[in-house]
Write a protein that binds this ligand. Structure first.
Ligand code: DI6
Ligand code: FE
Length: 388
Protein backbone atom coordinates (compact mmCIF):
# COMPACT_ATOMS: atom_id res chain seq x y z
CA UNK A 1 0.00 0.00 0.00
CA UNK A 2 1.54 3.30 -1.06
CA UNK A 3 -0.25 6.05 0.80
CA UNK A 4 -0.32 9.58 -0.59
CA UNK A 5 1.73 12.34 1.00
CA UNK A 6 -0.75 13.50 3.60
CA UNK A 7 -3.26 10.72 4.05
CA UNK A 8 -3.06 7.13 5.11
CA UNK A 9 -3.99 4.41 2.66
CA UNK A 10 -6.92 2.30 3.80
CA UNK A 11 -7.87 -1.13 2.53
CA UNK A 12 -11.21 -2.48 3.62
CA UNK A 13 -11.54 -6.24 3.91
CA UNK A 14 -7.81 -6.41 3.59
CA UNK A 15 -5.32 -9.21 4.11
CA UNK A 16 -1.64 -9.39 4.95
CA UNK A 17 0.51 -12.43 4.27
CA UNK A 18 3.91 -12.97 5.80
CA UNK A 19 6.74 -15.20 4.65
CA UNK A 20 10.02 -15.51 6.52
CA UNK A 21 9.18 -12.39 8.55
CA UNK A 22 8.49 -10.20 5.53
CA UNK A 23 5.27 -9.00 3.99
CA UNK A 24 4.54 -11.31 1.04
CA UNK A 25 1.15 -9.86 0.19
CA UNK A 26 -0.94 -6.90 1.24
CA UNK A 27 -4.21 -5.96 -0.40
CA UNK A 28 -7.85 -7.03 -0.73
CA UNK A 29 -8.78 -10.43 0.63
CA UNK A 30 -10.42 -11.18 -2.69
CA UNK A 31 -7.09 -10.86 -4.45
CA UNK A 32 -5.27 -13.01 -1.95
CA UNK A 33 -7.05 -16.33 -2.16
CA UNK A 34 -5.84 -17.69 -5.49
CA UNK A 35 -2.27 -16.52 -4.97
CA UNK A 36 -1.29 -17.68 -1.52
CA UNK A 37 -1.34 -20.98 0.26
CA UNK A 38 -0.94 -20.24 3.92
CA UNK A 39 0.41 -22.58 6.54
CA UNK A 40 -1.55 -20.69 9.15
CA UNK A 41 -4.45 -18.30 8.72
CA UNK A 42 -5.57 -15.85 11.38
CA UNK A 43 -9.00 -14.39 10.85
CA UNK A 44 -9.69 -11.02 12.35
CA UNK A 45 -13.12 -9.87 13.30
CA UNK A 46 -13.25 -6.31 12.04
CA UNK A 47 -10.02 -5.23 13.69
CA UNK A 48 -7.72 -2.71 12.01
CA UNK A 49 -4.11 -3.45 11.09
CA UNK A 50 -1.46 -0.74 11.03
CA UNK A 51 2.29 -1.00 10.64
CA UNK A 52 3.95 -1.69 14.00
CA UNK A 53 4.45 1.60 15.82
CA UNK A 54 7.85 3.29 15.78
CA UNK A 55 9.11 5.39 18.72
CA UNK A 56 11.94 7.26 17.00
CA UNK A 57 13.32 9.46 19.82
CA UNK A 58 13.89 8.10 23.31
CA UNK A 59 16.38 8.27 26.15
CA UNK A 60 14.92 5.05 27.56
CA UNK A 61 18.16 3.76 29.13
CA UNK A 62 18.60 5.68 32.37
CA UNK A 63 18.71 5.15 36.11
CA UNK A 64 16.62 6.65 38.87
CA UNK A 65 14.03 9.34 38.35
CA UNK A 66 13.67 13.08 38.76
CA UNK A 67 10.41 13.36 40.66
CA UNK A 68 11.99 15.76 43.15
CA UNK A 69 12.96 18.15 40.38
CA UNK A 70 9.43 17.91 39.02
CA UNK A 71 8.12 18.95 42.42
CA UNK A 72 10.45 21.95 42.26
CA UNK A 73 9.06 22.85 38.86
CA UNK A 74 5.52 22.52 40.15
CA UNK A 75 6.58 24.97 42.86
CA UNK A 76 7.69 27.51 40.25
CA UNK A 77 11.32 26.65 39.40
CA UNK A 78 12.08 26.36 35.70
CA UNK A 79 13.97 23.68 33.77
CA UNK A 80 16.86 25.90 32.71
CA UNK A 81 17.44 27.22 36.27
CA UNK A 82 17.43 23.68 37.68
CA UNK A 83 19.84 22.64 34.98
CA UNK A 84 22.22 25.54 35.65
CA UNK A 85 22.17 24.65 39.36
CA UNK A 86 23.54 21.17 38.59
CA UNK A 87 20.19 19.37 38.47
CA UNK A 88 18.44 18.34 35.30
CA UNK A 89 20.44 16.17 32.93
CA UNK A 90 23.39 16.19 35.36
CA UNK A 91 21.40 14.51 38.12
CA UNK A 92 20.62 11.66 35.69
CA UNK A 93 24.31 11.53 34.76
CA UNK A 94 25.18 10.96 38.42
CA UNK A 95 22.54 8.21 38.69
CA UNK A 96 23.71 6.48 35.51
CA UNK A 97 27.36 6.59 36.49
CA UNK A 98 26.50 4.94 39.81
CA UNK A 99 24.32 2.23 38.24
CA UNK A 100 25.45 -1.20 37.07
CA UNK A 101 24.63 -2.37 33.55
CA UNK A 102 22.27 -4.94 35.01
CA UNK A 103 20.36 -2.28 36.94
CA UNK A 104 20.21 -0.05 33.87
CA UNK A 105 18.88 -2.90 31.77
CA UNK A 106 16.25 -3.87 34.32
CA UNK A 107 14.92 -0.34 34.61
CA UNK A 108 14.86 0.17 30.85
CA UNK A 109 13.08 -3.16 30.28
CA UNK A 110 10.21 -2.04 32.47
CA UNK A 111 9.71 1.00 30.25
CA UNK A 112 10.21 -0.90 27.00
CA UNK A 113 7.56 -3.44 28.00
CA UNK A 114 5.02 -0.63 28.42
CA UNK A 115 5.78 0.74 24.98
CA UNK A 116 5.64 -2.68 23.36
CA UNK A 117 2.29 -3.40 25.00
CA UNK A 118 0.93 -0.51 22.93
CA UNK A 119 2.13 -1.91 19.63
CA UNK A 120 5.65 -0.47 19.39
CA UNK A 121 7.87 -2.72 17.27
CA UNK A 122 10.77 -0.33 16.62
CA UNK A 123 12.42 2.04 19.06
CA UNK A 124 15.41 4.33 19.14
CA UNK A 125 17.53 4.71 22.30
CA UNK A 126 20.04 7.49 22.91
CA UNK A 127 23.01 7.64 25.21
CA UNK A 128 23.88 11.01 26.73
CA UNK A 129 23.67 10.40 30.48
CA UNK A 130 27.19 9.01 30.69
CA UNK A 131 29.26 11.84 29.18
CA UNK A 132 32.60 10.08 29.33
CA UNK A 133 33.71 7.36 26.96
CA UNK A 134 33.33 4.43 29.36
CA UNK A 135 29.91 5.54 30.59
CA UNK A 136 28.60 6.30 27.10
CA UNK A 137 29.74 2.84 26.00
CA UNK A 138 27.95 1.40 29.01
CA UNK A 139 24.69 3.08 27.97
CA UNK A 140 24.96 2.07 24.32
CA UNK A 141 25.88 -1.51 25.17
CA UNK A 142 22.91 -1.66 27.53
CA UNK A 143 20.70 -0.32 24.73
CA UNK A 144 21.92 -3.09 22.42
CA UNK A 145 21.20 -5.67 25.13
CA UNK A 146 17.78 -4.13 25.65
CA UNK A 147 16.96 -4.64 21.98
CA UNK A 148 18.21 -8.21 22.10
CA UNK A 149 16.08 -8.97 25.18
CA UNK A 150 12.72 -8.51 23.48
CA UNK A 151 11.10 -9.04 20.06
CA UNK A 152 11.70 -5.45 19.01
CA UNK A 153 13.98 -3.54 16.62
CA UNK A 154 16.19 -1.11 18.51
CA UNK A 155 18.42 1.53 16.96
CA UNK A 156 21.03 3.31 19.04
CA UNK A 157 22.11 6.94 18.93
CA UNK A 158 25.27 8.41 20.44
CA UNK A 159 24.32 11.66 22.22
CA UNK A 160 27.70 12.60 23.67
CA UNK A 161 27.08 16.31 23.12
CA UNK A 162 24.12 16.34 25.49
CA UNK A 163 25.48 18.33 28.44
CA UNK A 164 28.79 19.41 29.87
CA UNK A 165 30.00 16.98 32.57
CA UNK A 166 31.49 18.42 35.79
CA UNK A 167 34.99 17.14 35.03
CA UNK A 168 35.08 19.33 31.89
CA UNK A 169 35.61 22.32 34.16
CA UNK A 170 33.26 24.52 32.18
CA UNK A 171 35.21 24.17 28.93
CA UNK A 172 32.67 23.32 26.25
CA UNK A 173 35.18 23.54 23.39
CA UNK A 174 37.50 21.03 25.03
CA UNK A 175 34.58 18.69 25.68
CA UNK A 176 33.53 18.90 22.01
CA UNK A 177 37.14 18.02 21.11
CA UNK A 178 36.81 14.95 23.31
CA UNK A 179 33.50 13.98 21.68
CA UNK A 180 34.87 14.41 18.15
CA UNK A 181 38.40 13.10 18.53
CA UNK A 182 38.04 10.35 21.12
CA UNK A 183 34.48 9.28 21.88
CA UNK A 184 33.01 9.23 18.37
CA UNK A 185 35.80 7.22 16.72
CA UNK A 186 35.86 4.69 19.57
CA UNK A 187 32.11 4.23 19.56
CA UNK A 188 31.99 3.98 15.78
CA UNK A 189 34.72 1.36 15.85
CA UNK A 190 32.74 -0.71 18.35
CA UNK A 191 29.67 -0.44 16.13
CA UNK A 192 27.64 0.82 19.05
CA UNK A 193 25.92 3.77 17.37
CA UNK A 194 23.51 3.80 14.44
CA UNK A 195 23.40 7.62 14.46
CA UNK A 196 24.71 10.71 16.25
CA UNK A 197 22.65 13.36 18.05
CA UNK A 198 23.36 16.53 20.03
CA UNK A 199 21.60 19.11 22.17
CA UNK A 200 21.82 22.51 20.48
CA UNK A 201 20.58 25.01 23.05
CA UNK A 202 21.73 27.88 25.25
CA UNK A 203 22.10 25.54 28.23
CA UNK A 204 23.95 22.96 26.10
CA UNK A 205 25.96 23.41 22.88
CA UNK A 206 26.08 26.11 20.21
CA UNK A 207 25.41 25.57 16.50
CA UNK A 208 29.15 26.01 15.83
CA UNK A 209 29.97 23.28 18.36
CA UNK A 210 27.31 20.96 16.93
CA UNK A 211 28.64 21.68 13.45
CA UNK A 212 31.96 20.15 14.51
CA UNK A 213 30.27 17.07 15.97
CA UNK A 214 28.26 16.56 12.78
CA UNK A 215 31.33 16.87 10.57
CA UNK A 216 33.13 14.27 12.68
CA UNK A 217 30.10 11.95 12.62
CA UNK A 218 29.64 12.23 8.88
CA UNK A 219 33.33 11.59 8.28
CA UNK A 220 32.75 8.26 10.05
CA UNK A 221 29.72 7.56 7.88
CA UNK A 222 27.19 8.03 10.67
CA UNK A 223 23.85 9.76 10.05
CA UNK A 224 23.06 12.77 12.25
CA UNK A 225 20.05 14.30 13.99
CA UNK A 226 19.60 17.14 16.45
CA UNK A 227 17.70 18.32 19.53
CA UNK A 228 16.92 21.67 17.96
CA UNK A 229 15.11 24.86 18.91
CA UNK A 230 13.41 23.30 21.95
CA UNK A 231 13.63 26.21 24.38
CA UNK A 232 14.72 29.01 22.05
CA UNK A 233 15.37 29.62 18.34
CA UNK A 234 19.05 28.87 18.01
CA UNK A 235 19.03 28.03 14.32
CA UNK A 236 19.29 24.33 15.14
CA UNK A 237 16.82 23.18 12.51
CA UNK A 238 18.69 25.03 9.77
CA UNK A 239 21.98 23.54 10.97
CA UNK A 240 20.48 20.03 10.91
CA UNK A 241 19.15 20.62 7.40
CA UNK A 242 22.53 21.89 6.21
CA UNK A 243 24.04 18.57 7.27
CA UNK A 244 21.28 16.53 5.63
CA UNK A 245 20.21 15.33 9.08
CA UNK A 246 17.67 12.55 9.33
CA UNK A 247 15.66 14.67 11.74
CA UNK A 248 15.48 17.83 13.79
CA UNK A 249 13.66 17.13 17.02
CA UNK A 250 11.47 19.24 19.34
CA UNK A 251 11.60 22.27 16.96
CA UNK A 252 9.07 24.32 18.91
CA UNK A 253 10.96 27.57 18.19
CA UNK A 254 11.96 26.77 14.60
CA UNK A 255 11.15 29.68 12.29
CA UNK A 256 9.92 29.82 8.70
CA UNK A 257 13.45 29.75 7.27
CA UNK A 258 14.29 26.71 9.39
CA UNK A 259 11.15 24.91 8.21
CA UNK A 260 11.95 25.76 4.62
CA UNK A 261 15.49 24.43 4.96
CA UNK A 262 14.19 21.21 6.50
CA UNK A 263 11.70 20.78 3.68
CA UNK A 264 14.42 21.18 1.08
CA UNK A 265 16.79 18.79 2.84
CA UNK A 266 14.14 16.16 3.59
CA UNK A 267 14.92 16.45 7.30
CA UNK A 268 12.00 15.07 9.32
CA UNK A 269 10.53 17.18 12.17
CA UNK A 270 10.22 14.91 15.20
CA UNK A 271 7.51 16.37 17.44
CA UNK A 272 7.73 15.56 21.16
CA UNK A 273 4.55 16.77 22.85
CA UNK A 274 5.32 14.94 26.10
CA UNK A 275 8.23 17.25 26.90
CA UNK A 276 6.16 20.27 25.84
CA UNK A 277 3.45 19.14 28.24
CA UNK A 278 5.70 18.34 31.20
CA UNK A 279 7.58 21.66 30.89
CA UNK A 280 4.30 23.56 30.41
CA UNK A 281 5.76 25.12 27.30
CA UNK A 282 3.64 27.65 25.49
CA UNK A 283 5.11 27.69 22.03
CA UNK A 284 3.93 24.79 19.90
CA UNK A 285 6.03 23.75 16.89
CA UNK A 286 5.25 25.57 13.61
CA UNK A 287 3.07 22.81 12.19
CA UNK A 288 1.53 25.06 9.55
CA UNK A 289 4.99 26.08 8.28
CA UNK A 290 6.05 22.42 8.23
CA UNK A 291 3.01 21.57 6.13
CA UNK A 292 3.66 24.53 3.82
CA UNK A 293 7.23 23.45 3.19
CA UNK A 294 6.48 19.75 2.87
CA UNK A 295 8.35 18.85 6.06
CA UNK A 296 7.41 15.36 7.18
CA UNK A 297 6.37 15.16 10.84
CA UNK A 298 7.06 12.24 13.16
CA UNK A 299 5.73 11.91 16.72
CA UNK A 300 7.65 10.32 19.56
CA UNK A 301 7.65 9.98 23.35
CA UNK A 302 11.14 11.42 24.08
CA UNK A 303 10.96 8.95 27.03
CA UNK A 304 13.49 10.39 29.50
CA UNK A 305 13.80 10.91 33.25
CA UNK A 306 13.48 14.71 33.20
CA UNK A 307 11.35 16.40 30.61
CA UNK A 308 9.33 13.42 29.42
CA UNK A 309 8.88 10.63 31.97
CA UNK A 310 6.54 8.98 29.51
CA UNK A 311 6.14 5.36 28.45
CA UNK A 312 2.96 5.65 26.41
CA UNK A 313 3.16 6.32 22.69
CA UNK A 314 -0.65 6.27 22.51
CA UNK A 315 -0.91 9.10 25.03
CA UNK A 316 1.80 10.95 23.11
CA UNK A 317 -0.23 10.56 19.91
CA UNK A 318 -3.24 12.05 21.62
CA UNK A 319 -1.09 14.98 22.79
CA UNK A 320 0.23 15.55 19.26
CA UNK A 321 -3.35 15.96 18.08
CA UNK A 322 -4.68 18.01 20.99
CA UNK A 323 -1.64 20.17 21.84
CA UNK A 324 -0.04 20.53 18.39
CA UNK A 325 -3.08 20.28 16.11
CA UNK A 326 -2.03 17.33 14.01
CA UNK A 327 -4.80 15.49 12.17
CA UNK A 328 -5.51 11.85 12.94
CA UNK A 329 -3.85 10.84 9.67
CA UNK A 330 -0.77 12.95 10.43
CA UNK A 331 -0.45 11.37 13.87
CA UNK A 332 -0.74 7.85 12.49
CA UNK A 333 1.81 8.61 9.79
CA UNK A 334 3.96 10.26 12.47
CA UNK A 335 4.39 7.04 14.45
CA UNK A 336 4.76 4.80 11.42
CA UNK A 337 6.16 5.94 8.08
CA UNK A 338 7.54 9.34 9.13
CA UNK A 339 9.13 7.88 12.26
CA UNK A 340 10.69 5.21 10.06
CA UNK A 341 12.04 7.95 7.81
CA UNK A 342 13.40 9.77 10.85
CA UNK A 343 15.41 6.63 11.59
CA UNK A 344 16.50 6.23 7.97
CA UNK A 345 14.84 2.81 7.63
CA UNK A 346 11.67 3.50 5.65
CA UNK A 347 12.89 0.96 3.10
CA UNK A 348 12.57 -1.69 5.82
CA UNK A 349 9.59 -0.70 8.02
CA UNK A 350 6.93 1.98 8.52
CA UNK A 351 4.33 1.00 5.93
CA UNK A 352 2.54 -2.13 4.78
CA UNK A 353 4.35 -2.96 1.56
CA UNK A 354 5.51 -6.22 0.06
CA UNK A 355 9.11 -6.94 0.98
CA UNK A 356 9.15 -4.90 4.19
CA UNK A 357 9.45 -6.50 7.62
CA UNK A 358 6.08 -7.87 8.71
CA UNK A 359 5.73 -5.71 11.82
CA UNK A 360 2.07 -5.10 12.61
CA UNK A 361 -0.15 -3.63 15.27
CA UNK A 362 -3.73 -4.93 15.29
CA UNK A 363 -6.37 -2.80 16.95
CA UNK A 364 -9.81 -3.37 18.46
CA UNK A 365 -11.28 -0.23 16.96
CA UNK A 366 -13.94 0.72 14.45
CA UNK A 367 -12.00 3.65 13.01
CA UNK A 368 -8.36 4.78 13.25
CA UNK A 369 -9.06 7.79 15.48
CA UNK A 370 -10.15 5.40 18.24
CA UNK A 371 -6.60 4.07 18.52
CA UNK A 372 -5.57 7.15 20.51
CA UNK A 373 -8.84 8.85 21.36
CA UNK A 374 -9.48 7.51 24.85
CA UNK A 375 -6.76 8.53 27.29
CA UNK A 376 -5.41 5.59 29.22
CA UNK A 377 -7.20 2.91 27.20
CA UNK A 378 -5.02 0.56 25.18
CA UNK A 379 -7.01 -0.92 22.29
CA UNK A 380 -4.18 -3.14 21.02
CA UNK A 381 -5.48 -6.57 20.01
CA UNK A 382 -2.16 -8.12 18.98
CA UNK A 383 1.32 -7.21 17.93
CA UNK A 384 3.37 -8.93 15.25
CA UNK A 385 7.14 -8.58 14.98
CA UNK A 386 8.87 -9.96 11.92
CA UNK A 387 5.86 -12.12 11.12
CA UNK A 388 5.55 -13.62 14.60
N1 DI6 B 1 16.11 17.25 25.51
C1 DI6 B 1 15.39 16.26 25.99
O1 DI6 B 1 14.23 16.16 25.83
C2 DI6 B 1 16.28 15.27 26.61
N2 DI6 B 1 17.53 15.82 26.30
C3 DI6 B 1 17.39 16.94 25.66
O2 DI6 B 1 18.34 17.53 25.24
C4 DI6 B 1 16.14 14.96 28.06
C5 DI6 B 1 16.73 15.97 28.95
C6 DI6 B 1 16.66 15.66 30.43
O3 DI6 B 1 17.08 14.60 30.91
O4 DI6 B 1 16.20 16.55 31.16
FE1 FE C 1 15.20 14.13 23.76
Amino acid sequence: MQPDAAGIGIIERGAVASRDGRIAFVGEQADLAPKVWAQETIRLDGQWITPGLVDCHTHIVYAGNRATEWEMRLGGANYEDISRAGGGIMSSVRAVRAASEVALLEQALLRLDHLMAEGVTTIEAKSGYGLDLGQEIKLLRTARRLGASRPVRLLTTFLGAHALPPEAGGDKEAFIDLVCDTMLPAIAKLGLADAVDGFCEGIAFSPAQMDRVFLAARALGLPVKLHADQLSNGGGAALAARHGALSADHVEYTDEAGAEAMGRAGTVAVLLPGAFYMLRERQAPPVAAFRRHGVRMAVSTDCNPGTAPLVSLLLTMNMAAVLFGLTVDEVLAGVTREAARALGIFNEIGSLEVGKACDLAIWNVDRPAEIFHTLGLNPLHARVFRGL
